[in-house]
Write a protein that binds this ligand. Structure first.
Ligand SMILES: NC(=O)C1=CN([C@@H]2O[C@H](COP(=O)(O)OP(=O)(O)OC[C@H]3O[C@@H](n4cnc5c(N)ncnc54)[C@H](O)[C@@H]3O)[C@@H](O)[C@H]2O)[C@H](O)CC1
Ligand SMILES: [K+]
Length: 546
């Protein structure tokens, strides 16, 4: 499923109208009908649950005897159920409002009581929206104008938010802000048209006031703002409805961002998600990971990353760690090979260890540096040597990313690597890499990840709720798996091990990053199911859940 910006959506919309000759009115009709259908589906669920304002239904629409075999194919509510519904259609003056007016007509046709609330005087509507305004008036659908007529949410059972869609700019103003505020204040259930009003469709930022929807009926293509926080919270349950505007149209570029699902992994990334093993495989078939990780205070990070690299199926894993630490972790993970790296006398990393790490890397398939490393004298130069003098795929995480950030733009002076680089920053580390506050990264996670990955020629995993995986080729994926319980120390170390392990098994950097993030999230969901209180998940549980 593609995820688009408002601009990409507008281009797709216009192309269908101008190049394919599909009338805008048809698209709006499809949009409004889809919104009405989702409102009726919402009402059906409420009636079946016997929710507030809805008496529990004794029988469903299908239970009525057919009069001579004639039934109404799309009946979702019985007439008596529909008659108990009174929905306000909050209509802005743009095409989002137009969608709402079409929905008003379809809801009324299904027997629902409908009242249109115009945010602005109806004369302000133009084009397709004006056409819908006139049709609604001709049908005698009751209408009020906010600010001119009395508007009350008291006796309604729901409201369609058709105030602001992808044409919204900045915080809702004037009557729009007041109507949104009144709707939120009333607590009325809201079904949002395309996006909840007050949401930035491209970044997921929310303005004040903004609609908090039970359901958002997203039209044609999923919008970026609905899959990034806090937009994803304001949107409620997102239902994407086709309205006759395909995301792929000859003459227009393919949208660069997709939702990461099993289908995307298989179709867009060519990942064999079943990962069949050939019977004559041997350890060498599944690669050898070298991890430069761990320090006196953070030895566990090395253990977690190593264990997850094994768990994900690597043939062999070697953990290079400060020599003073080595004796203390012997046997911690019997399957693990250990290599002593030059260290300072207090068991911390020493920049001279680059020699040793490079020597070890030469006979391994993948090099991962960062988990639990800590910072040490000359560490940025240490990382630069791994970057420039090893021809193995390189995964950089945690303090490795801080070393990279300290190189600043100097990184562009580091040789352009033949082998791929995968960076796995959390938002704070991303901010340091970009030299901006974390809040700026979180304001447009997809944009930040796409820009950095393309500019630096790396695969970037921007962690957090709805992790973004961006490739050097300008494409990106937004992950759908995971659990809040994964916000626990060491979860990132586990992800690093997973990605390194998948690279060792021959996946490309984008495949290993996307599949790794997807599996990491599934492991979190599974670990959460296994514990009474999901908050008690430990990073080690993720390794076992893999
Ligand atoms: N996706 C598609 O291909 C289709 C989408 N449809 C719907 O069209 C809207 C986008 O319509 P547009 O007219 O471009 O924008 P809006 O309806 O969102 O216009 C809002 C309206 O309000 C004014 N405005 C903008 N920002 C603010 C603000 N912060 N406060 C107050 N007022 C504001 C501005 O002047 C605009 O005129 C899309 O979301 C879909 O719902 C088509 O109907 C079908 C095809
Ligand atoms: K809306």
């Amino acid at each position: 499923m593609y995820i688009v910006t408002s601009e990409e959506m507008r281009r797709l919309d216009q192309h269908m109208i101008e190049k394919m000759g599909i009338p805008a009115a048809s698209l709006m009709e499809n949009a409004g009908k889809a919104i009405a259908e989702e409102v009726l589906a919402y009402c059906r669920r409420q009636h079946d649950r016997g929710g507030a304002n809805h008496a529990a239904s004794q029988t469903g629409p299908g239970d009525k005897p057919n009069r001579g075999g004639i039934i109404r194919g799309d009946a979702v509510l019985r007439r008596d159920e529909a008659a108990r519904e009174h929905w306000l259609i909050l209509a802005g003056k743009g095409n989002n409002g137009g969608d709402g007016l079409v929905a008003a007509r379809h809801l009324r046709d299904a027997g629902v009581r409908v009242t249109i609330i115009y945010a602005e005087p109806p004369e302000a509507l133009r084009g397709e929206a004006a056409l819908q305004r006139d049709a609604a008036a001709a049908l005698g659908i009751p209408a009020r104008v906010y600010g001119r007529d009395e508007v009350s949410f008291d006796r309604c059972t729901g409201a369609v938010d058709a105030l602001l869609g992808t044409g919204s700019r900045g915080a809702p103003r004037g009557p729009y802000a007041e109507l949104i505020g009144a709707a939120v204040e009333s607590g009325v259930p809201v079904v949002a048209a395309d996006i909840p009003s007050g949401l930035d469709a491209d970044t997921g930022e929310v303005q004040e006031p903004h609609i908090r929807a039970q359901v958002t009926v997203c039209l044609a293509c999923l919008k970026r703002g609905l899959v990034q926080y806090p937009g994803a919270v304001a949107a409620g349950e997102v239902v994407v409805r086709a309205i006759g505007i395909p995301a792929l149209q000859p003459g227009l570029p393919e949208p660069p961002v997709q939702l990461l699902t099993e289908e995307t992994l298989a179709d867009a990334l060519g990942v064999d998600i079943r990962r069949q093993r050939d019977p004559d495989g041997h350890k060498g078939t599944y690669g050898h990971v070298l991890l430069a990780a761990g320090s006196l205070r953070m030895s566990g990070a090395g253990l977690l990353a190593s264990r997850s690299a094994l768990r994900i199926g690597s043939g062999l894993v070697t953990w290079a760690l400060p020599s003073a630490l080595l004796p203390r972790v012997i046997g911690a993970v019997p399957e693990l090979m250990l290599a002593a790296a030059a260290d300072t006398d207090d068991g911390e990393w020493n920049a001279a260890s680059a020699e040793e790490v490079l020597r070890l890397a030469a006979s391994r398939d993948v090099l991962a540096a960062g988990p639990g490393l800590g910072r040490f004298e000359g560490d940025t130069g240490w990382l630069r040597r791994l970057w420039e003098e090893s021809d193995r795929p390189l995964v950089i995480d945690a303090d490795g990313l801080n070393m990279l950030a300290d190189a600043g733009d100097g990184v562009s002076a580091w040789g352009r690597r033949q082998a791929p680089v995968v960076l796995t920053p959390h938002p704070g580390e991303m901010g340091r890499l970009l030299g901006v506050p974390t809040a700026e990264v979180q304001r447009d996670r997809i944009g930040c990840a796409l820009d950095y990955a393309h500019r630096r020629g790396v695969t970037l995993v921007l962690k957090g709720a709805r992790t973004v995986i961006a490739s050097p080729d300008g494409t990106a994926y937004v992950n759908t798996t995971g659990h809040a319980g994964m916000a626990t120390g060491g979860a990132g170390d586990v992800l690093t091990g997973i990605i390194a392990g998948l690279l060792a098994q021959g996946l490309s950097a984008p495949q290993a990053a996307a599949f790794g993030v997807y599996l990491h999230g599934l492991a979190g969901e599974k670990a959460a199911r296994l514990r009474e209180d999901p908050a008690s998940i430990l990073a080690g549980d993720l390794v076992e859940a893999l």
